[in-house]
Design a protein around this ligand. Structure first.
Ligand code: A3P
Length: 335
């Protein structure tokens, strides 16, 4: 399916062919790394890749559950002169366009949502907006445009690095646990109930956005590019003020120690968890996510140990070792 508008081959894969218990019936694999995406992404892939980038654009990119939301709010505030009032009044989901959100759910889900909310005009509007391709929304968005994505660098707009990209990575074991708990908090995802089954589909590159290590390594390889900033979740947890300073410097902003302390307080886990602007209230309100679940969950490092048995721990060690062999990428939690 590769053509001059899109350089990668898109392969449609019926899950039964792969002999797996995975619950997504069909996925697509894109490009030489075979990145997994929902089949609906076929309609968006070339539009995202060829999107007209403005040099003022700001991308926050990551593998899902790596601290994206946290990074997004930090970046937005740093770029937006620490305007806390606007940050609180405009939900993060409106401050950022999210490339793949609409293509992560099929039309049947949209119909179910429309039906469940049919008596509420405002919610119907919000559902339509959620399912609108981000590239269309962005055409009329004022600069600077803020964009969230879980796409790896190679599937992002080819000119993304003419703008600014902040990439955040996290220990894959914590990322996997966090992702597993999130997909099981979502009404329509219907993925593996059993963590071990989820783990197996993840390391066998059958979950959306995998292969995980290729995703991170692509960004890591570009970390010295002047328009790329590579962050680790674990560094943010350990020393947020110094990460705030790095991000401020990257965007050419200068804040004094008092301003940095206030920002770190705003971004602290406890304050973040109770901040309605970043908590994905909208997806709960619309019925995507169960009301008793939280998008901002525990915010810890090393919590994976509670979910991995001995066998999985050994498999993870081997998986990590094999994937780090050809790179100088090292996670702070593994040093
Ligand atoms: P846990 O599920 O391990 O708690 P993303 O935004 O990419 O989906 O990442 C979500 C993860 O980041 C969740 O991890 C969430 O709790 C954590 N997180 C969000 N805000 C945080 C904060 N202020 N401090 C620490 N962790 C945070």
């Amino acid at each position: 399916m590769a053509n001059e508008k899109y350089p990668y081959e898109i392969k449609v894969v019926e899950m039964e062919e792969e002999g797996t218990a995975h619950k997504l019936p069909v996925i697509v694999r894109i490009g030489p790394k075979g990145y997994v995406l929902h089949e609906k992404f076929i309609n968006a892939a070339a539009n995202v890749y060829n999107m007209k980038v403005r040099t003022s654009d700001i991308f926050v990119a990551s593998f899902p559950r790596s601290g994206t939301t946290w990074t997004q709010d930090m970046v937005w505030l740093i770029v937006s002169h620490l305007d806390y009032e606007r940050a609180l009044n405009i939900p993060l989901t409106e401050r950022y366009a999210f490339f793949e959100f609409f293509s992560s759910f099929d039309d049947g889900i949209k119909m179910q949502l429309l039906d469940a909310n049919k008596d509420d005009e405002a919610k119907l509007k919000e559902i339509e907006l959620i399912f609108k391709p981000a590239t269309e929304i962005l055409e009329t968005t004022h600069s600077p445009r803020f964009i969230k994505t879980h796409l790896p660098l190679s599937l992002m707009p080819r000119k993304a690095l003419e703008a600014k990209v902040v990439y955040v990575a996290r220990d894959p074991r914590d990322t996997i646990v966090s992702l597993y708990l999130l997909v099981n908090s979502m009404r329509f995802m219907n993925l593996e109930k059993d963590f071990k089954a989820f783990w197996n589909t993840f390391v066998n590159n059958l979950q959306p956005w995998t292969p995980y290590f290729d995703h991170v390594k692509e960004a890591w390889e570009m970390r010295h590019h002047p328009n790329m900033l590579f962050l680790f979740y674990e560094d943010m947890r350990k020393d947020l003020p110094s990460v705030v300073r790095r991000v401020s410097h990257f965007f050419g902003k200068k804040y004094n120690e008092e301003e940095i302390a206030r920002l770190c307080d705003h971004l602290s886990f406890d304050n973040f968890k109770k901040n309605p602007s970043v908590n994905f209230d909208l997806i709960k309100k619309l019925g995507f996510m169960y009301a008793d679940k939280d998008f901002i969950r525990k915010g810890k490092s090393g919590g994976w140990r509670d979910y991995f048995d001995e066998e999985m721990t050994a498999e993870a060690d081997k998986w990590i070792e094999e994937n780090l062999r050809d790179t100088d990428l090292r996670f702070p939690s593994m040093q």
